[in-house]
Write a protein that binds this ligand. Sequence first.
Ligand code: HEC
Ligand code: HEC
Ligand code: HEC
Ligand code: HEC
Ligand code: HEC
Length: 433
Amino acid sequence: MRALTLLLLIAAALLAGLALAPAADQPTVSTSQYQASKFCGACHKNAYTEWQNSMHSHASDDPFYAEAFIVAGQDTNGLTDTFCSACHTPLGMLSGEIPPADHSKLTAISKQGVFCDFCHTIEGQKGIGNAQYVIAPGKVKRGPYRDGEAMAHEIAYAEFITKPEFCGTCHDVSHPVNGLALETTYTEWSQGPYNTDDPKVRATCQDCHFTPGTGVTKPNPGKASTVSDERPHVSTHDAVGGGGAAALMNETGIMERAVKMLQAAAQIALVLPEGATAGQAATVKVAVTNVGAGHSIPTGVTELRDMWLEVIVTDAAGKQVFASGELDAAGEITAGAVKYGVVVADAAGQPTPKFWLAASHVSDHRIPPKQTVTETYEAPIPAGVAGPLTVKARLRYRAASPALLRLLMGPDEKRTLPITDMATAQGELKVLQ
Ligand code: HEC
Ligand code: HEC
Ligand code: HEC
Ligand code: HEC
Ligand code: HEC
């Protein structure tokens, strides 16, 4: 099965006559053309601390990514080596330190993942997604001010870095061989309600993820460096969403911020009937609304994520009479639960979380920005049950399941990722005997 997939991948790549590197036509660079983030941090103290508290600083050394990257290379005979690295270890890819995929040749600066000097010397893009950045490493740092001045480096105003398209360079991923959409955060934003000219509604990626709160927290007055004057607005650099595999690195700062972001994203409401009749099914509805994310929930690599609804009905004595979406003894979500995200299948038609093997979409259940999706449960109510019944619903999230961690990180992996309750709701149901 795997050999077939691999053959198909290679055949398709040969037919298309392309290399898998999205940025293969980028100039080769030397790591000495870039400056380490610590150097920038000498003056840009806040940005440095915040960036260390973001997954951008871990894009390369994130163990979940690093192991998935090795597995992807094994599955595709190394075809994904430069592809994945172009976003996760951009300097490692551009400087030719990858392959090998085990990161053994990476220099300290390449290990910094998506780092200060990499973002601030991006000049533009050739198109959205798949790392189509245009780089211009060197003394000129590009930023949002028209009047900045510094001794340490030259400055150029760059409208591009203030725009969602800048983020879309990496936050939109399609399969390099068959073009299948895999990660569509930018596209979801651009097709959604926040992409409007109305300044009261418009919110960019930077507005939510490069400001201190969970939504648009602008203006945020402060100093852009320790050696410059106060400005009406400076950005924060702790871009966090669900927090990814931060828990595997004991990054408590990222995890705390992720909980706040996740809880700002969604609300749920129960829609219950007048009462339930013992011995019959009660129709319980849960309305889930994406109130706070500028894109779908979940977004990004939803093939890997778990976002799901748990609904539990108990009788007057607290005994469970119905459950959906609870965890089994191994910590896996029980069958039949309502799950959100995209499911892809490989060339043999088998559903797989390994999005690098994706050949088709099986299902897509995401909640677009500002939209509501209503789920319906038919809960059988046992005869003779003691009412009233309590109905509890939770919208839950974790970056990956224990089974997926073992699949990508090895069968001995014992660590698990924390579950966050994004939203909860509770209601009562009278029982008619
Ligand atoms: C993922 C790309 C990215 C990385 C990595 C990054 N920045 Fe930024 N930076 C931005 C964006 C985007 C803005 C402008 C945000 C806006 O328009 O509000 C910005 C703004 C700035 C500014 C202007 C002042 C301010 O805070 O608004 C400075 C200075 C700065 N960054 C320095 C740094 C330093 C130092 C690092 C590393 C510690 C860093 N950046 C890492 C994207 C990045
Ligand atoms: C010796 C101090 C110092 C160091 C080191 C330093 N900067 Fe700056 N930088 C400044 C000052 C001062 C400003 C101007 C701030 C202002 O105008 O409010 C600035 C401004 C910026 C801006 C905003 C540009 C604009 O006008 O929009 C960016 C982006 C930036 N620096 C990135 C970096 C990066 C990346 C590094 C590391 C490679 C770095 N800086 C290292 C002092 C420094
Ligand atoms: C050079 C590529 C690149 C650019 C440009 C970039 N990102 Fe990222 N970003 C990444 C990668 C790779 C990760 C995932 C790191 C990981 O978890 O291993 C990431 C992670 C994130 C996360 C954290 C997700 C989580 O799970 O918590 C947020 C939020 C984010 N980026 C927002 C932004 C925004 C906003 C911009 C534009 C201002 C931006 N990024 C620009 C590559 C990039
Ligand atoms: C075009 C840019 C891009 C490419 C190419 C890319 N990624 Fe990513 N990757 C991202 C971004 C952005 C995120 C963060 C999105 C999110 O949090 O959902 C991410 C997140 C991840 C995560 C989750 C990390 C965590 O901590 O939860 C894994 C694992 C991952 N990518 C593996 C890969 C592998 C393996 C490949 C190659 C087959 C690859 N990526 C190719 C941009 C990219
Ligand atoms: C209106 C505010 C808002 C805007 C605009 C916004 N986001 Fe988010 N974003 C959020 C919230 C809240 C979350 C947490 C919910 C979640 O993880 O799905 C989040 C989560 C994320 C994640 C983490 C996904 C994961 O793995 O759980 C990434 C990556 C991300 N955003 C990137 C972006 C990019 C790129 C843009 C612009 C194209 C953007 N965001 C625009 C609010 C926003």
